[in-house]
Design a protein around this ligand. Structure first.
Ligand code: NAD
Ligand code: 6OD
Length: 484
């Protein structure tokens, strides 16, 4: 049995308290996770603080950048181990882990290594009454000790999306991956160790949220910032916990994203794209479309064709090349998603397809599987249309006009991402600007350029990460004004 330990001040630490890391494909235990207690989190924070006063505090940007590139190489060298760990924690298809999750882990390090190496600073000259003038320039300093708290859906991708820029900006890290998926973060700690990242710069603590490592980190008085990805309700709890010592916060939270399919869309493309945007990663991507709005003139055809596609999706073993959908992350999450399938029935939905738990007749029946599901016929006030479900499910509703579509898309407490399908260029620009969301994709979905601002409005988050937005969040500028 593998042991997933904590990593503090350059040492791998065991703990007397351990919990099971479970494979949701069949409920088997894949590793024992060593839970960090309060003392271990305190030690991790102290180690991070001490590293800022050591060589990490004076290292040149070029050296920092080169270390981050070494970390990327380290992930690449152990690519198959990372893929295996991600699959056994999540059950996601091998093809996805090989093409998205793990490559993005390396890309995050490479991207921020290069960005920080080429970043400059701002400078403003000004006139003064005496005619001498003055020069203002700013220097970027790290925030200090940054707590990184991450979720289970894209474990390595989302953990490194924060660790890489925070380190690039010169901070020291205490990371807490999700208790459901600690495998790749542990491998990352080994890679950091082998790459020669100075001890204490990157620390890893395992555990849960409330009453465990997550809360210990969020309430810690010597942590300068918390960067968090997860549920909006957890974001509120962390915000309250962080209020006492006024930490900087960056939050990437939940979504109830809308897709809008206009009557002039390339239907083939819109259907393919919507299959991806609803069912990818078994619907467990914060950017997934859970509300699909389709022009009334093509509504029946769209529903029919999406149903056929959903029914032909291959649920299967992660290692099988043909597998398109794996299980949900856990039995607890499966029960939550299935409770929404039940709620949809009570709320009067038509279940176009799915709505249950598949039967395999093998050990997968012990796993966390659900059927891809399409709902229609609910009012916009239904809980299934308003609350984030985070499974392979969408509700499809018709609209009659562009204004109607925009109004329905915006009628949500969330505002993370949206997908608009149209061949009318003017409409694409017009609608995209009217959507209340941090990201609008037109005729595509989840196409990422790491330089762009990423984040949500309303309950979907605070702040933006990506490119210079990340470096700005993870650093503190000091303006220096020199009288000439
Ligand atoms: P979650 O909020 O339950 O957990 C996320 C992390 O927070 C875990 O590491 C957990 O242990 C920790 N945590 C929980 N309670 C805590 C507390 N009180 N104090 C400190 N830490 C605590 O989220 P999840 O279920 O792991 O992930 C799914 C959610 O994440 C969905 O809502 C999804 O939309 C959201 N998400 C958002 C984005 C984005 O970029 N906006 C990306 C991925 C996932
Ligand atoms: O691609 C990314 O950078 C990113 N942050 C994706 C978030 C996905 C949410 O589940």
């Amino acid at each position: 049995m593998r042991n997933i330990k904590n990593y503090v001040a350059g040492e791998f630490l065991s703990s007397n308290s351990q919990f099971d890391d479970i494979n949701p494909v069949d409920g088997s235990v894949v590793a024992k996770v060593h839970e960090a207690d309060k003392t271990t989190v305190d030690r991790a924070v102290a180690a991070a603080r001490a590293s800022l006063a050591g060589e990490w505090g004076t290292i040149s940007v070029a050296e920092r950048s080169s270390l981050l590139n070494k970390v990327a190489e380290g992930i690449e060298k152990r690519f198959d181990e990372f893929v295996d760990a991600e699959i056994s924690d999540t059950g996601k298809p091998l093809t996805q882990a090989r093409t998205l999750d793990i490559p993005r882990g390396t890309a995050n390090f490479r991207f921020f290594a290069n960005l920080v190496a080429s970043s400059g600073t701002e400078c403003f000259e000004m006139k003064t009454p005496d005619g001498g003038g003055a020069l203002n320039y700013s220097v970027q300093k790290p925030l200090g000790v940054v707590g990184v708290i991450s979720p289970w859906n894209l474990p390595l991708l989302l953990f490194t999306w924060k660790v890489a820029p925070a380190m690039a900006a010169g901070n020291a890290i205490v990371g807490k991956p999700s208790e459901e998926t600690p495998g790749t973060a542990f491998l990352l700690a080994e890679v950091m160790h082998d790459a020669g990242v100075p001890h204490g710069v990157f620390n890893l603590v395992n555990g849960f949220g409330r009453g465990s490592a997550g809360e210990f980190l969020a309430t810690h008085t010597d942590v300068d910032a918390i960067t968090f990805t997860g549920e909006s309700a957890t974001g509120s709890a962390i915000m309250r916990a962080a209020a006492d010592n006024v930490k900087s916060l960056s939050f990437e939270l939940g979504g109830k994203n809308a897709a809008i399919i206009f009557e002039d869309a390339d239907l083939e493309q819109a259907i393919d794209g919507t299959v991806r945007s609803v069912f990818s990663n078994c619907g467990q991507v914060c950017l997934c479309s859970e509300r699909v709005y389709v022009h009334e003139s093509i509504f029946d055809e769209f529903v029919d064709r999406l149903k056929n596609c959903a029914e032909s999706l291959q649920l299967g073993w992660p290692e099988d090349d043909k597998t398109e959908i794996g299980p949900l992350v856990s039995i607890a999450h499966r029960d939550k998603v299935v409770s929404y399938y039940e709620l949809a029935r009570k709320e009067g939905a038509t279940i176009v397809t799915g709505g249950g738990i598949p039967k395999f007749g093998d050990r997968r029946d012990e796993g966390a599987w659900v059927e891809p599901t399409i709902l229609t016929g609910l009012p916009e006030s239904a809980r299934c249309v308003r609350e984030e479900i985070f499974g392979p499910v969408c509700h499809i509703a018709p609209f009659s006009s562009e204004d109607h579509a925009v109004a329905m898309a915006n009628d949500s407490r969330y505002g993370l991402a949206s997908a608009v399908w149209t061949t009318n260029l003017a409409r694409a620009h017009r609608v995209a600007r009217q959507i209340d969301a941090g990201i609008v994709w037109v005729n595509t979905w989840y196409l990422r350029d790491l330089r762009t601002p990423f984040g949500g409005v309303k309950l979907s988050g605070i702040g933006r990460e990506g490119g210079t937005h990340s470096l700005n969040f993870y650093s503190e500028p000091t303006n220096i004004c020199i009288k000439l």
